[in-house]
Design a protein around this ligand. Structure first.
Ligand SMILES: [Zn+2]
Ligand SMILES: [Zn+2]
Length: 132
């Protein structure tokens, strides 16, 4: 886990997001997020009873299924209507490509260095040549 990820976890936690949301946002497993929060004392009982983000009704999650955030499609639609890309925007990082110098935006990868795979591999080749 990077420093940025850790502080993102704590920030989202402070804003009341559930582990599953935080995990999705920064691309870590729920268990990683959970155990980190426990260690930081940021755990709360709210996560033991998953509730619909929109109407706050307790959710009955299907065993083995993906943890759900909403009790119904209606609630999901309503929530997103009122929170346009609220969560997703937090996972976007403005970066400058370490190879071509172009600014770019990356989703969910705070450690990203290159705007594209091509730049990443070209950079690696360049470094290898410089090193030999
Ligand atoms: Zn609901
Ligand atoms: Zn580039």
């Amino acid at each position: 886990m990077t420093k940025e990820q850790k502080s993102t976890i704590l920030r989202l936690r402070a804003e009341g997001y559930k582990y599953v949301t935080i995990a999705d946002t920064i691309g870590l497993s729920i268990n990683t997020v959970k155990s980190y929060c426990r260690r930081q004392g940021a755990a709360s009982q709210a996560d033991d009873v998953p509730c619909c983000k929109q109407c706050k009704k307790p959710l009955v999650s299907k065993k083995g299924g993906k943890p759900r955030l909403f009790c119904s499609d209606e609630c999901r639609n309503n929530w997103w209507k009122h929170h346009p890309s609220d969560i997703n925007r937090k996972a976007y990082y403005d970066k400058t490509c370490a190879h071509c110098g172009k600014p770019y935006t990356v989703y969910g990868r705070p450690n990203s260095k290159f705007c594209s795979r091509a730049c990443a591999s070209q950079h690696r080749v360049k470094n290898a040549e410089a090193g030999s």
